[in-house]
Design a protein around this ligand. Sequence first.
Ligand SMILES: C[S@@+](CC[C@H](N)C(=O)[O-])C[C@H]1O[C@@H](n2cnc3c(N)ncnc32)[C@H](O)[C@@H]1O
Length: 258
Amino acid sequence: MAKLVHGTDKDWEKWGKENPYFGVITDPKFLNSNMADASLREFFSSGERHVEHVFEAIRAKILPEFNPDSILDYGCGVGRLVIPFCRRAQTVVGIDVSPSMLEEARRNCGKYGAGSARLLSVDEFWSLPASTFDFVHTFIVLQHIPRKRGKEIIGKLIGLLVEGGIGAIHLTFSNDRGRMRDVISGMRTHSSLLNGLLNKVKGQEFGRPAMQMNSYSLNQVFEMLMLAQCSKVSIEFSDHAGTRGVMVYFQKAPAPLL
Ligand SMILES: C[S@@+](CC[C@H](N)C(=O)[O-])C[C@H]1O[C@@H](n2cnc3c(N)ncnc32)[C@H](O)[C@@H]1O
């Protein structure tokens, strides 16, 4: 089992154990207590739509013949995106910090015809050799990870790409919550008492874990891409309830023609 080191890792394992689908999409209809066949269908079709859109965007903006053989999805949760990726590539690897999320992903991949997916821990992610994937992807994950660690993950993801490989990295870069709410949100992840009391004020379960929302510096991310010889950078904005994000698509420099 992967080592759980950071506070947010323990929180994600709790989401994975107790309410994995709501942990992925925080809509009350995806709470375990409300899950029905229709919500499950809606949950997985949202993954299919996302993957379809990502493929279309890459073909339109970067590489018309985009057809990867190998895909890595970082922060795969219960396999919402791994399953449609498996319909499009031979080798698909999903990574998650929560063993319970990975277990649920394994069950879902088996159930929905994506049994070939490899689902790995974060420790295994760090051991993957460089230059092994045609496509690396992460969506609504880095925002939940402290920036310093998130930047290390971005560096590793870029390194995992083969020459000419494509990346799609989703980040949040600002929000309209104001400084005070940012500070409170940061404190909630460090104090389960404060988090529990604030949960109670909102009428939620005392033990519901906090979900960190971190903004990244796009300057720093663009610098990383530039220094790693990535080009054809293209972005798409996202706005989820005032949390502003961006999907950054890019291509690692293709091998020079001899
Ligand atoms: C909001 S969910 C998104 C899941 C998936 N990307 C999707 O869109 O269906 C965030 C996922 O990131 C995982 N996660 C959180 N911190 C992580 C970390 N440091 N490394 C890998 N995965 C992490 C969580 O366990 C959770 O499954």
